[in-house]
Design a protein around this ligand. Sequence first.
Ligand code: FES
Length: 140
Amino acid sequence: MSSRLPRPACPSPRAPRNASPDGKFWLVNLAGAEGDVLGIGGTGGLLALYWKCPHLGCTVPWVPGFQGSQVNFPGVNGWFRCPCHGSTYSRAGVRVFGPAPRPMDTMLLSVNGDGSVNVNTGKITGGAADNPLRAVAYNG
Ligand code: FES
């Protein structure tokens, strides 16, 4: 199973993320190490995050107005936040709070020569702290 997204459907860095209702994922365009809240690195690019919460499976929305902790993440606004039990994830899907056992899962993503993007919705990798390193370079 695969979703093909045309070039205009790809979000620019810092723009709202595009959800794909068909494939049940969020497409995120990370600007540099954005979303790497644990400091492991990351050069940015596209990431397809499976929107099923790794805790008990609720759909995780992007909440643009949600603010990060003033202690740990001052000035970071906008997080993925599960409405069921509050698990909270960075733009790269890295878990920072809540009962989820891991970061959000990712789907295999590739960029075509015309700037369109393929997301293999059947190829899901369990989320981990290295989510930011899974981003695929994109010059959209
Ligand atoms: S299902 Fe998402 S935190 Fe429980």
